[in-house]
Design a protein around this ligand. Structure first.
Ligand code: ATP
Ligand code: MG
Length: 330
């Protein structure tokens, strides 16, 4: 039986954190075996807000190097860059012309991201149509998303439905959002009331997958905890300590109870030090491979292959849709 299609991507909006590793990247390894996986770098989404062009190029490459370093196999996964496939933008335009200002205006992410800015781009507003195109071009059935993107997948479903019923045939497959079971949420090391994020302003707040040993140790050493000195798991009253226990648990595979038992009688300093050790032990081999891939031709080979493959599929779909809506000569 052929595998079902799944599509996913991570924005190249910053170096990846260990939170992204646990909550996003690691899961891809499961998907690549279970699904016909389309993994793309949504670089066109990234420019909905201002980007430094040289930095964006760099981050795209680094993101792909991380994928390869954690074990994404380009023989199993279609790995490609969104902007290297012109059909995404072309289909996006057609979909924009089949979606309504009212429904776009209801997108939480747009409201959130435009709130504190006087000048936001039209791209930020129409982004969900491009995301719908990313998905519908490939008849992707499953789209794993964080809760913040679920509404966009629902919009893609609505657009697909509307299109199919207007033109009288199932031209688009209706995608289903997959909300992964809630795993550990890693917290910001300086403000444990927030989650750790790649687009943070405070470099001490996030541990990045590519941080060297010294900075990882330093960041954990200065992680904010509390003053009662007891090691126990209480996310509400002791978010900093609980975050360290969670990290130790996910990086070793031990249960939280086991971790708490292990550190009974230890001080926060020991806990921080041990957490740094297990994070470094896990990241070191990934970092070695990452450095290798950054210098190798394998990134380009994988992306070229992904581009050829996905362009072929996208072209077929786009030509059908273009014709159905009456564009060009038939
Ligand atoms: P940004 O600040 O740009 O939103 P981010 O770090 O929040 O960056 P996302 O691109 O929003 O990252 O999410 C990428 C993936 O990483 C998602 O699968 C998300 O669930 C996961 N993820 C992000 N932050 C964490 C975290 N702190 N703990 C666990 N998983 C996380
Ligand atoms: Mg986020």
């Amino acid at each position: 039986m052929s595998k079902e299609r799944l599509l996913t991507g991570l924005q190249p909006s910053g170096a990846l954190t260990i939170g992204n590793y646990i909550g996003g990247v690691k899961r891809l390894l499961k998907y690549q075996d279970e699904y016909d996986t389309f993994l793309f770098v949504p670089d066109m989404h990234a420019i909905t807000v201002t980007q430094d062009p040289a930095l964006l190029h760099k981050r795209i490459k680094e993101l792909v190097a991380i994928y390869l370093a954690v074990g994404i196999d380009p023989k199993k996964v279609h790995l490609y860059i969104q902007s290297e496939n012109l059909y995404h933008a072309n289909l996006s335009w057609i979909l924009e012309c089949h979606s309504y200002f009212g429904e776009m205006s209801r997108m939480h992410q747009f409201k959130e991201k435009s709130k504190n800015h006087e000048n936001f781009t039209c791209g930020l507003f129409t982004y969900p149509a491009l995301m719908a195109a990313d998905i519908l071009l490939y008849d992707a059935k499953y789209v794993p998303t964080g809760a913040d993107q679920k509404q966009h997948v629902e919009l893609a479903r609505n657009i697909a439905d509307r299109f199919n019923s207007r033109y009288g045939k199932e031209y688009f497959v209706k995608p289903e959002p997959v909300i992964p079971e809630v795993g550990a949420r890693i917290r910001d090391l300086q403000d444990p009331s927030k989650k750790m994020s790649k687009s943070t302003d405070n470099p001490k707040a996030s541990v990045f997958m590519t941080d060297d040993e010294k900075s990882i140790r330093k960041k954990f050493a200065s992680a904010v905890t509390d003053s009662d000195g007891k090691i126990c798991f209480d996310e509400e009253n002791k978010p900093g300590v609980s975050n360290l226990l969670t990290l130790y648990s996910v990086f070793t595979g031990l249960k939280i109870d086991e971790v708490v038992a292990k550190f009974q009688g230890s001080g926060y300093g020991d806990l921080k030090n041990e957490v740094a050790n297990v994070v470094i032990d896990t990241m070191k081999p990934i970092q070695d491979k990452y450095k290798y891939y950054l210098e190798s031709t394998e990134i380009d080979e994988a992306l070229d292959e992904g581009r050829e493959f996905t362009n072929k599929i996208a072209k077929e779909k786009y030509e059908i849709i273009r014709n159905v809506v009456g564009l060009g000569r038939n």
